[in-house]
Ligand binder design. Sequence first.
Ligand code: SOE
Length: 378
Amino acid sequence: MSDDRKTRRIRLGMVGGGEGSFIGAAHRIAARLDDQFELVAGAFSSTPERSHASAAALHIPRERSYASYAEMAQAEAQRPDGIDAVAIVTPNHLHVPVARAFADQGIHIICDKPMATSLAEAQGLAQRVDERGVLFLLTHTYSGYPMVRQARELVAQGAIGAVRIVQVEYVQDWLGEPIEQQGNKQAAWRNDPKQAGPAGALGDIGTHAYHLAGYVSGLKLQELAAELSTFVPGRALDDHVQVMLRYEGGARGMLWASQVASGSRNGLRLRVYGSTGSLQFDQEKPEELWLTRPGQASQCLYRGVPATPGGVPVAHRIPAGHPEGYLEAFAQLYRDFARAWRGEAGVELPGLNEGLAGMAFVEAVLRSHRDGMRWVRP
Ligand code: SOE
């Protein structure tokens, strides 16, 4: 590796994430938080005018504001100061074509979830990424929280004994009304099968819940039985899903993801029960992790500095008691990516395997639902 890589910022480009996009802005903040990246190029929207307007608002020079991702991949690959990595924050149907275009040019990839709109498509991309030897980060944001990493470590150390039960829920309410028919762009693409793929809430937030459950518990899914529902009339995709989970080794679990759970904001909650205790994490209170042993008072493990209780080396930017949250968790993934790009060994990123597992989960849920809630293997 050249010294250059050790000392300079990573040149980042972005595809999607123009004006009005929540997730594009979250990626940009996350990339800036630790001073490891600079955003230098982009194709921010599907129409050239909107794309250039977003680029101007982000202070991207006109010559690096592109009308299309294909043009951007080609042009950036030819520049001596071309981008090192691209952040893909488009609707789901573009994740794979965009990632392929940049992988082909040897440009590293940071991609929003879900990885693809089908498992087959995800497998094709995984092969291409492997062949090209580029890094691939799939932004399963919630695994960036210090207390989630702490929970994973505690489970791995046997702090709650053998895991028996995993309960995970991810509930929102912002799709409780048919706002996709009332001009809400974020809702419109998420409920359009051509852009979102065959899964609604299941793909959008169910994949996060599924990843979090596996990340913390360390368990591998063996089979599932699922029911999808669509509560809002006229909606093409599911807005609610309930899944029973059987894990390898005998543990059992349940996953509930809903975007019509009135009064819920971003209610991602995980409970893991082992033979000697349990852990509970609530994303809306991310500085806390609850550990409870039978017959004992619950313990709240609160994020500390420089390491969380148990000494897990996770990133903190500000001293304990100054709350960190969602954007810092997001930034943690960007920081990990930067470490991997600089050649540090042993950095774990949610990537191709997690993306493939997520798509296998989605397809298994769809199959199970279609076949009358039959048990199926992912
Ligand atoms: C909307 O449901 C959304 O922005 C998801 O698309 C994200 O993946 C999740 O992190 C927050 O909610």
